[in-house]
Design a protein around this ligand. Structure first.
Ligand SMILES: Cc1ncc(COP(=O)(O)O)c(C=O)c1O
Length: 393
């Protein structure tokens, strides 16, 4: 008996996947030249799978904010938010996030993953019920498990399925928390948040929306899909990450609930981990300012999203959703997808390989994320490389 025995099937599947040469889950970039170009050795690779939606990781103001914070606060915080790890920038970012959303409270976490652990497992517990969209991110599933609440899944992006699940439990007196995402990370499809709001209001449930992939790209102010649907104020809790449009590392949650700040002393994933570095927090503050000052970034993002979507369709790919900053092509099976992924990388394009069990409906996908920083030429190059893949068999 060996602790690792259970991983034998995984080991074999991984070996088969990497037999073609590259390792889709072990790519290392030797240098990053810009939000859209990385180097592997001395080969330039167009980056089309980085979630760098607004391309702000190389923005001058963002970089200088990080440098200043490094000089002023040092490299790390060496402590948790409730001990020595809250610096001025953490507090300022919380105030700014709350102001952007027009909410009374904002909390900043070390990652988006921990934001979900903190909010879900902090608020729900044994005796409560959490209703989650079947396609929710692993961090939400983990958070639900950790909470000890009863977990009830409803069909993806289907308010009537949620309605039926809630109806069945209307007579019991538990607290009910509904969890959805704004933009789903694998297929790139968008949630009808306004319809979910209507359902949760009718059943007196709470709603949490994870805007990890939609913050920056949706809504007049870039606050996400809830804003875009006109129901920002009706979502009870909004969660997000700094690791995508906001160009840093960390996570946040905002709410108008008068007791929301109690999570600071109730949520274990907030209390028992070191806080984000001041540099990362200052990066996020600078990016947040740019997102509200420069709506043209969102326009570029969406133009690129439409261009890539139309291009991949024109060369014969079946795409998983209507145009959005995430464009995912269905390759049919994991081995075919891995082969195609290798051809793309050898041709100079990096995308994400997404295969079961990490994908909804056991799909095998080449997943692209578009950036406002991509040029039209880069988008066309990505499409040309996909055209080679289309001719593979
Ligand atoms: C929907 C969703 N929530 C949370 C996270 C976790 O964010 P982070 O990378 O900041 O931990 C992700 C990461 O991709 C995500 O897709």
């Amino acid at each position: 008996m060996d602790l690792f025995d259970k991983f034998q099937p995984l080991k074999e599947a991984y070996a088969a996947l990497t037999a073609g040469g590259g390792d889709p889950f072990g790519v290392a970039f030797d240098n990053i030249l810009s939000p859209t170009i990385g180097l592997i050795g001395d080969r330039e690779i167009v980056l089309a799978g980085t979630n760098n939606y607004l391309g702000l990781t190389f923005d001058e103001a963002v970089i200088s904010a990080a440098k200043n914070a490094l000089e002023k606060f040092g490299t790390g915080t060496t402590g948790s938010r409730i001990a020595n790890g809250t610096f001025g920038p953490h507090r300022l970012l919380e105030q700014e996030m709350a102001a952007h959303y027009g909410m009374s409270s904002a909390l900043v976490f070390t990652t988006g993953y921990q934001a979900n652990l903190s909010v879900v497992a902090g608020l729900a517990q044994k005796g409560d019920q959490v209703f989650i969209d079947a396609d929710c991110h692993a961090s939400i599933y983990d958070a639900c498990q950790l909470s000890g609440a009863e977990i009830i899944r409803f069909a993806h992006n289907d308010p009537s399925s949620l309605d039926r699940r809630l109806s069945r439990s209307d007579s019991n007196h538990s607290n009910k928390l509904v969890i959805v995402e704004g933009l789903y990370s694998m297929f790139g499809d968008i949630a009808p948040i306004d319809e979910f709001v209507e359902v949760k209001n009718r059943h007196k449930a709470y709603l949490m929306v994870d805007e990890a992939h939609s913050f920056g790209g949706f809504g007049k102010q870039g606050l996400g899909v809830a804003e875009d649907c006109g129901v920002l104020k009706e979502a009870d809790f909004l969660v997000g990450t700094f690791s995508k449009s906001l160009a840093g590392i960390g996570g946040f949650a905002v709410s108008d609930h008068p007791d929301f700040d109690l999570l600071r002393v109730a949520a274990r994933a907030y209390m028992f981990t070191a806080s984000s570095s001041a540099a990362s927090i200052e990066v996020t503050r600078a990016a947040l300012k740019i997102i509200s000052d420069r709506p043209s970034l969102r326009k570029n993002l969406w133009e690129n999203a439409h261009r890539l979507h139309a291009g991949l369709k024109s060369v014969g790919f079946e795409l998983m959703a209507d145009p959005s900053p995430i464009v995912a092509a269905d390759l049919g099976d994991p081995m075919r997808a891995a082969k195609a992924w290798n051809v793309l990388l050898q041709s100079g394009v990096y995308v994400n390989l997404a295969i079961p069990p990490g994908t909804p409906n056991s799909k095998s996908l080449l997943r692209c994320s578009v950036s406002a920083a991509h040029t039209s030429e880069q988008i066309d190059f990505i499409v040309d490389c996909f055209a080679k893949v289309a001719q593979l068999d």
